[in-house]
Design a protein around this ligand. Structure first.
Ligand SMILES: [Zn+2]
Length: 432
């Protein structure tokens, strides 16, 4: 057992932030060799109950849950910041040529290690990530995550049509490979598998149907894909699947909407789509830096409350422009603020700092079906957390010193923070 003494941020079951200015976090062994939170709260109230536990004192620092990235592409780490005229040209000119290199296991292993390093630097302790269509890309990432004891969810991309040579897979074999990868990796330590159709236009009817059958056979496996990102993509999907009510409904029609299914973007939705998300307990990965970068549109946070469906924040690197949860939360605030008119009208809203933070930690865990497992520092949660330095830069120090409330402190970190504010990352109870 061990303990940390510093300010402490966590969330209650309703998603409200709890903050102990002088807090104590006690961790120790739970089931299956996992390190979990044994106690969390005010130092004065708790210290007496844990007299012999060695304490690491971190004055001026904040202990906070490790961030969860609900949608990212590890093979696109090196094409971050590539200029393109929107989504489809970006896929053609950068994504597909680069992903073709992941047939080489050595290349995949090298990028996997760099990707995990980058997550750690930014305080992300759980990603839900795409691999490429090559099974070697999945083996490389899971091997790296297992070595580090990370909780990570990933899957082999399915794309048997409208994809160039080098990344296009074959229908039957892609489903055989997916099932073999599920059996090899899902539930190994803290690893989880996600069935991963790239998006409906890249998958044949038969491939989507096969993916849906696997999703029914393995109900605790995750599903991840993309939906309703931009208008050209939506028109294309609708033309390919004319029998489905909407782009989103294509996935429902193939058995790919259920708990533990996570769809990136979800921008251009009707209320019928939102109700379908809610009724199937499917979640959205909101990717604000990617949506701003590719000019895709603005996620409607107010509508996602009005017809409520689960959602969490995501970087979507390499369409996204940063691995940093601070940058993503900041962009989510901008996207929330921006009113839009025309076909998709939405009001501008100010998302509260505690809400933005929740959407990237405990709320993201809720969206993934991992509530009480990661993304929080309540007793029983796995001991994945960050040590934040609110004085990491001169301007941060000056602004956070003046903060008169938790909201002001968190908002200063969201607006001014980056990897410099992440002083340390602890994974499974051990400094990473
Ligand atoms: Zn994506």
């Amino acid at each position: 057992m061990q303990a940390w003494r510093a300010s402490l941020l966590r969330f209650d079951d309703q998603g409200h932030a709890l903050f102990d200015r002088d807090g104590l976090l006690v961790t120790g062994p739970g089931a299956d060799g996992r390190q979990v939170v044994l106690a969390a709260g005010d130092h004065a109230a708790l210290a007496g109950a844990w007299p012999d536990v060695p304490v690491t004192h971190l004055p001026g620092r904040i202990l906070a849950p490790g961030f969860i990235d609900t949608h990212v592409h590890y093979p696109q780490t090196e094409i971050i910041g590539s200029p393109a005229e929107g989504l489809l040209p970006w896929l053609e000119h950068y994504t597909f040529p680069h992903e073709a290199r992941f047939t080489d296991p050595a290349h995949a292993a090298e990028v996997a290690a760099f990707f995990c390093d980058e997550l750690m630097r930014h305080g992300v302790t759980t990603p839900l990530t795409f691999c490429t269509s090559h099974p070697a890309s999945v083996d490389a990432l899971f091997t790296e995550a297992q070595r580090r004891g990370l909780r990570l969810i990933a899957g082999k991309v399915l794309q048997d049509r409208h994809s160039p040579d080098g990344v296009r897979d074959e229908t039957e074999q892609s489903l055989v490979d997916t099932e073999a990868l599920i059996r090899r990796w899902h539930g190994q330590g803290r690893l989880g598998y996600a069935i991963t159709p790239r998006f409906a236009p890249s998958c044949s009817e038969a491939q989507l149907r096969g993916a849906g059958e696997l999703a029914a056979s393995y109900p605790d496996v995750w599903i991840q894909s993309h939906v309703a990102e931009n208008q050209d993509e939506i028109a294309w999907a609708r033309a390919l699947f004319p029998d489905s009510r909407s782009y989103l409904a294509i996935y429902a029609d193939h058995g790919l909407m259920r708990e533990r299914a996570m769809y990136a973007h979800c921008i251009h939705f009707s209320d019928d789509d939102r109700a379908l998300m809610r009724d199937t307990r499917t979640a959205a990965a909101v990717c604000p830096t990617s949506n701003l970068f590719l000019g895709s549109g603005f996620f409607d946070f107010a509508a996602a409350e009005r017809v409520p469906f689960a959602h969490g924040l995501a970087s979507d690197v390499g369409g996204g422009t940063s691995f940093s949860p601070f940058v993503t939360m900041r962009a989510a605030y901008f996207v929330g603020r921006t009113p839009t008119t025309g076909f998709h009208t939405k009001p501008g809203v100010s998302l509260a700092p505690e809400r933005l933070w929740w959407l990237h930690t405990a709320g993201a865990a809720h969206a993934l079906g991992l509530e009480g497992v990661v993304g929080n520092l309540q007793p029983g949660c796995e001991a994945d957390f960050v040590v934040l330095d609110p004085a990491a830069t001169p301007l941060l120090a000056r602004r956070t010193r003046e903060a008169e409330s938790l909201a002001e402190l968190l908002f200063a970190l969201i607006v001014l923070g980056d990897d410099r504010a992440v002083a340390q990352v602890v994974v499974n109870g051990a400094p990473a």
